[in-house]
Unconditional design. Sequence first.
Length: 382
Amino acid sequence: MSLQKKYLMTPGPTPVPAEVLLKMAAPIIHHRTPEFEAVIKEAEANLQYVFDTKNDVLLFASSGTGVMEGAIVNCFCAGDTVIVARNGKFGDRQKLIAQTYGLQVIDLQYEWYEQVKAADIEAALKAHPDARGVIVTQSETSSGVLNPVRDIAAITAEYEDVVLIVDSITGIGAVECRTDEWGLDVVMTGSQKGLMLPPGLAAVSVSEKAWRAADRSTLPKFYFDWKKHRKAMKESMTPYTPAVTLILGLNEALKLMREEGLEAVIARHSLLASATRTGVEAIGLKLFAPPEGRGSAVTPVWAPDGISSGKIVGIMKREYGVTITNGQDAYKDRIFRIGHLGYFGPFDIITTLTALEMALTQLGYDFEQGASIRAAEAVFLS
Ligand SMILES: Cc1ncc(COP(=O)(O)O)c(C=O)c1O
């Protein structure tokens, strides 16, 4: 069998740069040492940089779902009312977690291909003056939709007792997320996304308003108790054994991001997304997310009529070594998703479009071969 080179083009896990992998190959160090305290200090400053905030940023050894659960148990009491605006799988998960802990959910449900509307949140807050929180996904990975968290924050800012919780798990490091300037109370991310790390770390930023919510919260919590983590972070420690190796990797990844500069990182993602979109449209495919709300983390695309997206994904992976992902839930086998957040450059996109064209040709789709590559190249050249 000939060697097949692999290309990971999914919206998480994402590829890890060699510099980061090398750092993580170092022998393990003990976490209760001055050496590791310096590492934690650096990690906190790095996270504040990438979250664009001066708020506390707490670090957990968990996947993203852990900090989603943590946000609920730290901000609320059983029976509290929260508004969940959802237009995809991860918004659905936010609702489920809130209900699991006995919250009353005001459910603002949209189609997956629609953007959440800030005006609906404003109306829901007026209709439910007892609401204590608004929960929204900034970059919905299942649909590629970018939700207007800045506009939503302008509304929640008017309510002293309402915290805005933002799942930016595929937003941070891929799209603009100005935590302080926009007034986002709780922002979450996971390591296997824009941070260019393996899975296993998650981070959350907590505003003063969110700390006030934490003071009144009575929901049970132990590992995800923010206050324990804040206390330990103040002493450059973590309350429990941290994911030492991943945190060493985090600091190296952030070194690369700082060298590029956050604005340039976001601009690179925007360019990659634009080339991907232009490429797939040039071969007659339709984008899933609406034009007004397309994020730069992932590009979901409708499969051509009569062709299962699962088949496209399967051929690309099996025959060409390029892993993209199928749609989820109701969109399984109807859309495919090309991830481009984190350690990606123009030639990853060109390679993926080439594999896509080859798979589509094998499946009998009629289009002008090479058109997606030419279109993407033109975007990169412009
Ligand atoms: C937007 C979003 N929220 C939440 C999650 C859940 O994160 P995890 O799978 O790391 O628990 C993901 C993961 O894909 C995501 O993309």
